[in-house]
Structures are given as C-alpha cells and as structure tokens.
Design a protein around this ligand. Structure first.
Ligand SMILES: [Zn+2]
Length: 88
C-alpha cells in the first residue's frame, strides 16, 4: 500500500505513519500533505459537524484539506462544500 490516507494519491511517496492532528488515529502520509498541513477530508467534516466553525481551535483552523487536486484552507473548504449542499 503506497497511497496517502490523507489525500488518496499513490504517486506522492509515503513518508511514514503518524497520528492525525487532534485525532487518536494514525495514517500513512505523503510529503505533500505534511508540507501543506493537511488533514483528511473526513476529519475536517467531523470538526465542522461536532465543533462548528466558531469553536475550532487556531491550530486546527490552520490546517488544509486536499480536494479536487488542490490544498484548500480549512474554512475555504467549508465554504465550497456548503455551497454544494442544496437547501430546502
Ligand atoms: Zn497526501
């Protein structure tokens, strides 16, 4: 297995296994995700759902999310994903 469990890419080279910031779980990381301070998309979603934007700590706020081929600022990620949700 050589896919990064944060971004899902298999061509970035795995640096090693380490914990996810703020989450009691370890995953395989590529260099690009470590250099970009990324967290898996499901972690970003969990933070939004369980904590909410207003309660997210500064260190977590500084993380990014890899989505659609780019690293996004955490709140920019939220903005784009929420725009896709169809509101009744
Ligand atoms: Zn990665």
């Amino acid at each position: 297995m050589n896919d990064c469990e944060c971004c899902g890419r298999a061509d970035q080279g795995i640096v090693g296994v380490a914990s996810i910031p703020g989450v009691a779980m370890s995953i395989r990381w590529c260099r690009a995700c470590l250099d970009n301070g990324a967290v898996p998309e499901w972690v970003a979603g969990m933070w939004l759902e369980e904590i909410g934007r207003g309660g997210i700590a500064d260190w977590a706020r500084a993380q990014s999310v890899f989505k659609d081929g780019e690293y996004r600022d955490l709140f920019a990620h939220y903005d784009r994903e929420e725009a896709l949700v169809v509101k009744p």
